[in-house]
Design a protein around this ligand. Structure first.
Ligand SMILES: Nc1ncnc2c1ncn2[C@@H]1O[C@H](COP(=O)(O)OP(=O)(O)OP(=O)(O)O)[C@@H](O)[C@H]1O
Ligand SMILES: [Mg+2]
Length: 237
C-alpha cells in the first residue's frame, strides 16, 4: 500500500476547475518534484494534501485512512504528521527562536536542541534573538523551513523553497532535503527550478492546466524526448 494516495482529486474555485483528476501514489522516502507553469495548480495541490482546503472531488488517503472523511480533531492529528513551507513565508510576531519553536510549543514539547540544530542546518545560527519580521525574504524562507524541520514531519510539503535564495543557501536546502530521504520522510517539492528538481527529485510530476500530464523519473521527464512537452508547458529547459 502506498503511504499517501491521491485519487481523482479535483478542485474548483468559483466554477473554474484548477485541478482535475489528479491520481498518484506516493511512498515514504521519496521526493516528488512538481513542475508546471505558473497557475497550473502546484500550490493548490500542496494545500489539498496539507488539508488546508478540501477537494471538490476525489480522495486523499494516508496509510489507507481517507482524510476527507475525518472529523476536525482527526484532521488536526493527520495535519500534525505533515509540515508545509509556503511560497510566501509568513513570520509570526517575535524572535527567530520563537518562530522556530512555535510548532513544538503548541505540541507541548520544549526541546530547544532541535531548534538549534534546525537553525544550524539552514545556516541561521546566531539569528535566535533577531526580530523575525525584520529579516530578508531569503532569511524568512529559511526560518520557515527550520520551523517545519523541528516538527520532524512524515510528509514535508515545500512550495518554491529556493525562490529567494542565493546559491549557497539553496545548496544548503538541497542537502537538508536529501538528508530527509534517509529519515523516510515523503517530500513533495513544487518548484520552477528545473535544475533543483532534476537534482533532488526521485520522481517528477508535470502539471499543466490542473492536470498531471506526465509522471516519471527525472531521467524520463528531462530527457530529449520530452523537450516538446517541456516547451509546451513553458518550462525553461
Ligand atoms: N483561493 C483561490 N480562489 C480563487 N482562485 C484560486 C485560489 N487559489 C488558487 N486559485 C487559482 O487556481 C489556479 C492555480 O493556482 P496555484 O496557486 O495552485 O498555481 P501554481 O502552479 O502554484 O502557480 P505559481 O507557479 O505561480 O505559484 C490559478 O489560476 C489561481 O488563480
Ligand atoms: Mg504556487
Amino acid at each position: 500500500m502506498a503511504f499517501l494516495e491521491l485519487e481523482a482529486l479535483g478542485k474548483a474555485y468559483g466554477g473554474v476547475e484548477v485541478l482535475q483528476d489528479i491520481s498518484i501514489d506516493l511512498f515514504r522516502g521519496e521526493i516528488l518534484g512538481i513542475i508546471g507553469p505558473t497557475g497550473s495548480g502546484k500550490t493548490t495541490l500542496l494545500r489539498l494534501v496539507n488539508l488546508l482546503e478540501a477537494p471538490n472531488s476525489g480522495s486523499i488517503r494516508l496509510e489507507g485512512l481517507t482524510l476527507n472523511d475525518l472529523t476536525e480533531k482527526e484532521k488536526l492529528s493527520a495535519r500534525r504528521r505533515m509540515a508545509m513551507v509556503f511560497q510566501k513565508p509568513v513570520m509570526f510576531k517575535g524572535s527567530v527562536q520563537e518562530n522556530v519553536s512555535y510548532g513544538l510549543k503548541i505540541r507541548g514539547k520544549k526541546d530547544q536542541k532541535i531548534v538549534r540544530s534546525a537553525l544550524e542546518a539552514v545556516n541561521l545560527s546566531g539569528y535566535e534573538s533577531r526580530d523575525a519580521n525584520t529579516l530578508s525574504g531569503g532569511e524568512m524562507q529559511r526560518v520557515a523551513l527550520a520551523r517545519a524541520l523541528v516538527l520532524q514531519p512524515e510528509i514535508l510539503l515545500l512550495d518554491e523553497p529556493v525562490a529567494n535564495l542565493d546559491p549557497k543557501s539553496a545548496a544548503a536546502i538541497d542537502r537538508i532535503v536529501q538528508s530527509l530521504v534517509g529519515q523516510n520522510t515523503l517530500v513533495i517539492l513544487a518548484t520552477h527550478n528545473m535544475l533543483q528538481c532534476k537534482r533532488l527529485a526521485s520522481r517528477v510530476a508535470v502539471l499543466m492546466k490542473g492536470r498531471l500530464v506526465a509522471v516519471g523519473e527525472p531521467g524520463e521527464i528531462f530527457d530529449r524526448g520530452q523537450e516538446q512537452l517541456l516547451s509546451e508547458i513553458a518550462v525553461p529547459w
